[in-house]
Write a protein of this length. Structure first.
Length: 318
C-alpha cells in the first residue's frame, strides 16, 4: 500500500500543471512510497499530454481519464475510488506544494492515528508570496469539531478549502464522505461533514501548500450563469445539512448560515449585473421556490430581491 495518494483534477491548467507535478515529487519520502493521480474529465483537454510526458519522468504518476465532465468534485471522487494510499491529499493543479513536507505530514498522521491533519499555507498573488492568516492552535490531538471551532483561529470564516488538510482514506470510506458532482463550490459542504465526523484531528504549524490567486481561478472567475446556479445548489445542499450537523454541535448551524448569507449576497450582486439572456438560463435551470427553501437561511427581503432581479428588468440591464 502507498503511504499517500495525491489526487489532482486536471482541467485546462496547462500553464501550471508541470510546476504542480514537479512540486509534489520534490518530497522527503521515496517516490515509490506514494502515488499521484491526475484525473482528466475533458476529452479535449490539452493538459493530458503534459501528464503523459511527465509519466516518463515520474514512475508513480497515474492518469485517470473520465468519459464525461463531472467538475472538480466528481474528478476527486473518481481519483479517490482508485487511490491506494493510506492517506489522501487533494491538490489543485494551478497551485503547488512546498518541498519536503510530505514525510513530515505522513509521520504526524501515523504517529497520531489521525483522521485529518490541518496545516498552514501561503498565497501567491501578483507574483508575491505571502503567508496565510493564522491563529493559535493547540499541539494536541482534538476532535474535528474542536479543531474547526477553535476560538483563537477562526480560519473557516475566511476559507474552507480541501487542500489545507490530509485525510485518512479509510476515514473517508467509513463515513461515506464524497464531493458533490457537476457543480462548483463543492469544498464547503464536504468539509463541514469531514470536520463533524473526525474523531482525531490536529493542526501542524508547517506551510505545506501555495495557493495561487489569479483571475482564472474558479473562485475568482466572473460569475456566469452556471456558476450562479452552482451557488444556488450549494445553498440547497448546505441548508439540508443544518439539522444533522446541529445535532453534532449547535455551532455548525450558525457557521453554515453565515456562509450561506455570504453566498446569497454574491449571487444577488452578480445576477443584478447579468443580461436578460443570462437570467433566462438561470430561470430555466433552477426553480427558486420549489427547490431551495431559502427562507431557512436568508431574510425575506433578500428572497424578494432575488426574485425581482431574476424576473424583472431594471435600469441599466443589458
Amino acid at each position: 500500500m502507498a503511504k499517500v495518494s495525491i489526487i489532482i483534477p486536471v482541467y485546462n491548467v496547462e500553464a501550471y500543471l508541470a510546476q504542480c507535478l514537479d512540486s509534489v515529487y520534490r518530497q522527503d519520502i521515496p517516490e515509490d512510497e506514494y502515488e499521484v493521480i491526475c484525473v482528466d474529465d475533458n476529452p479535449e483537454n490539452p493538459t493530458r499530454d503534459i501528464v503523459k510526458r511527465l509519466q516518463q519522468k515520474y514512475s508513480t504518476l497515474k492518469l485517470l481519464v473520465l468519459e464525461h465532465n463531472v467538475k472538480q468534485g466528481g474528478a476527486r471522487n473518481a481519483g479517490l475510488s482508485i487511490a491506494q494510499g493510506e492517506y489522501i491529499w487533494f491538490v489543485d493543479a494551478d497551485d503547488y506544494v512546498y518541498p519536503n513536507v510530505l514525510g513530515t505530514f505522513y509521520k504526524e498522521m501515523s504517529r497520531g492515528q489521525l483522521d485529518i491533519l490541518h496545516f498552514d499555507y501561503s498565497i501567491l498573488s501578483d507574483g508575491e508570496l505571502r503567508k496565510s492568516i493564522r491563529g493559535e492552535y493547540t499541539n494536541q490531538v482534538v476532535s474535528g469539531v474542536d479543531l474547526f471551532f477553535n476560538p483563537r483561529a477562526q480560519w473557516w470564516t475566511e476559507h474552507i478549502v480541501v487542500w489545507q488538510r490530509i485525510h485518512r482514506r479509510q476515514f473517508l470510506i467509513d463515513n461515506h464522505l464524497k464531493f458533490a458532482e457537476h457543480v462548483f463550490c463543492e469544498d464547503d459542504d464536504f468539509s463541514y461533514l469531514v470536520y463533524a465526523a473526525a474523531k482525531r484531528a490536529k493542526h501542524i504549524s508547517v506551510e505545506g501548500y501555495v495557493y495561487r490567486m489569479h483571475s482564472s481561478s474558479a473562485m475568482h472567475q466572473q460569475f456566469k450563469p452556471i456558476y450562479v446556479i452552482s451557488l444556488l445548489k450549494q445553498v440547497k445542499r448546505l441548508s439540508s445539512q443544518i439539522d444533522n450537523l446541529r445535532r453534532i454541535d449547535i455551532r455548525f448551524a450558525s457557521a453554515i448560515r453565515a456562509v450561506l448569507r455570504s453566498a446569497i449576497q454574491r449571487v444577488l450582486i452578480h445576477i443584478k449585473r447579468m443580461s436578460r439572456e443570462e437570467k433566462k438560463i438561470i430561470r430555466k435551470s433552477w426553480s427558486i421556490y420549489d427547490k431551495l427553501g431559502l427562507h431557512r437561511v436568508i431574510s425575506k427581503r433578500n428572497i424578494l430581491r432575488l426574485f425581482f432581479y431574476l424576473y424583472f428588468p431594471y435600469k441599466g440591464e443589458l
